[in-house]
Each structure stands twice: as C-alpha cells, then as structure tokens.
Write a protein that binds this ligand. Structure first.
Ligand SMILES: NC(=O)c1ccc[n+]([C@@H]2O[C@H](COP(=O)([O-])OP(=O)(O)OC[C@H]3O[C@@H](n4cnc5c(N)ncnc54)[C@H](OP(=O)(O)O)[C@@H]3O)[C@@H](O)[C@H]2O)c1
Length: 205
C-alpha cells in the first residue's frame, strides 16, 4: 500500500505547484490531469487506485479550492474541471474511475451554483468527454499500445475534445457533455440536484 509519507509528499507537491504560480494572473484554471483504470473492484490494484484518487480527486480539489479562493471576485475568470461522461453512469469495469468522475462533476457544479448565487465574477464549469483517442486507454489498461478502433469503434480526437472545451469556455452554460451512446456534444445547465434552498441543509453558522 502507498505509505502515509508518500501521500503527504504528494499533497505537499500539489500545494507547492500552486504556490509556484503566485507571480501569474490566472484567468482560467483547467484541471485536466487525470488517469483511468479498467478492472473490477475485487481485482483492482489498490496502489494504482490510490494514485488515481490522489490525482483525479485530491489534487483537483486542492487546486480548485485555492483558485476559487484567490480569484472568485476577478472578472472573466473560469474554473473548468475535466470530468467524463462516465461521471454520471456506472461502467462495470471502471466503477472506481466513474465514482471519481462523479466526484469531479458534483464537486464542480457545487461552486458553479454557489458562485452564481453570490453574484461572483468567476464561473465554474465542467467538461465531460466520452472516449477520446489519447494516452488514456494505455494508462487505464496498463498496456504499452492501445487500439481505439478495436476497443471503441467510435471516439473523438483530441482536437475535437479541445473544440468542446472551447465551446464550453465561450458559453454561459455550466456543463459541456458528450453523450456516451450518440457521441453528440451538448452544453447544459447543472445536471445534479442542488439543495441550496432546502430548509434541511445546515444554515451558515
Ligand atoms: N481519453 C478519454 O477517453 C477520456 C474520456 C473522458 C474523460 N477523460 C479525462 O480527460 C482528462 C485528460 O486525459 P487524456 O485523455 O488527455 O489522457 P492522457 O493522454 O493520458 O493525459 C493525461 C494527463 O494527465 C497528466 N498526469 C497523469 N498522471 C499525473 C500525475 N500523477 N501528476 C500530474 N499529472 C499527471 C499527464 O501528464 P504527463 O503528460 O506529464 O504524463 C497528461 O497530461 C483526464 O482527466 C481524463 O480522465 C478522458
């Protein structure tokens, strides 16, 4: 198992990375770095899973939080986190990855709603691509070659995915989503229920 020391050092590196950008004015923050893993919950390599959760969830959470804290009142700023269309479904051989991307989607929709409610200047958005031909397939399957034509048949190119990102950047919508079945791209309002007005949510203390 990954040691506590490894996790501590990883977390420290994430903070150090953000600190290193202190001299820049950051108009848009995109958390794109992420890996996948294809395996059953029973068989999955827990070291790889811990590293995936550290990157896909913990690093993204720390970096997003620091960025929102510093820039929420700066005109024109955007936080865009890269989730996946698998963030709102359960793929049998990628359950942990799906759950991690569910986290990315809901974690990003939260500040998107809150920033809008508060009339803040920053917008938070989430992009949820489907299969895209990158190195993702290789890393997710622990192989040195990966054939997207054989494994998926339908997929987007990196250039197409970048186009979706730009479409989301230019729009007023919170979600940019590729449909997992049709591969169509649409811009949408937040997907998940929001308890902002619920009397059952804890009020500010
Ligand atoms: N490709 C797909 O089918 C697909 C579908 C839906 C969502 N996504 C999401 O899209 C995002 C980008 O993935 P991709 O398709 O472009 O895959 P990719 O080609 O494998 O790129 C992954 C990126 O993550 C970075 N990365 C990996 N491990 C890291 C670590 N420990 N610390 C810092 N950076 C690390 C890589 O940096 P280096 O280049 O330096 O290694 C690379 O820039 C991910 O969040 C992925 O979950 C991908």
């Amino acid at each position: 198992m990954l040691s506590e020391a490894w996790t501590y050092l990883y977390r420290k590196k994430v903070y150090r990375f953000y600190e290193g950008l202190r001299d820049y004015e950051i108009e848009t923050w995109i958390s794109n770095a992420g890996v996948g893993n294809y395996d059953s919950v029973a068989d999955q390599d827990l070291n790889k899973i811990s590293m995936m959760l550290n990157l896909n969830i913990e690093a993204l959470t720390i970096l997003s939080s620091l960025y929102v804290r510093a820039y929420k009142d700066v005109e024109g700023t955007q936080l865009i986190n890269i989730s996946s269309c698998e963030g709102c479904t359960i793929v049998p051989r990628a359950v942990t990855y799906c759950a991690a991307k569910f986290y990315v989607s809901t974690f990003t929709e939260g500040p998107a709603r809150k920033l809008e409610e508060a009339g803040a200047k920053m917008k938070a958005k989430v992009l949820a691509p489907a299969a895209t031909k990158t190195e993702f397939g290789m890393v997710a399957n622990n192989v040195s070659e990966y054939d997207y034509d054989k494994s998926f048949g339908t997929y987007h190119t990196g250039k197409q995915a970048a186009g979706f990102l730009l479409g989301l950047y230019d729009s007023e919508k919170v979600v940019g989503m590729v449909d997992r079945e049709s591969f169509g791209f649409r811009l949408a309002d937040p997907l998940f229920p929001y308890a902002g007005n619920s009397s059952h949510s804890q009020q500010c203390m």
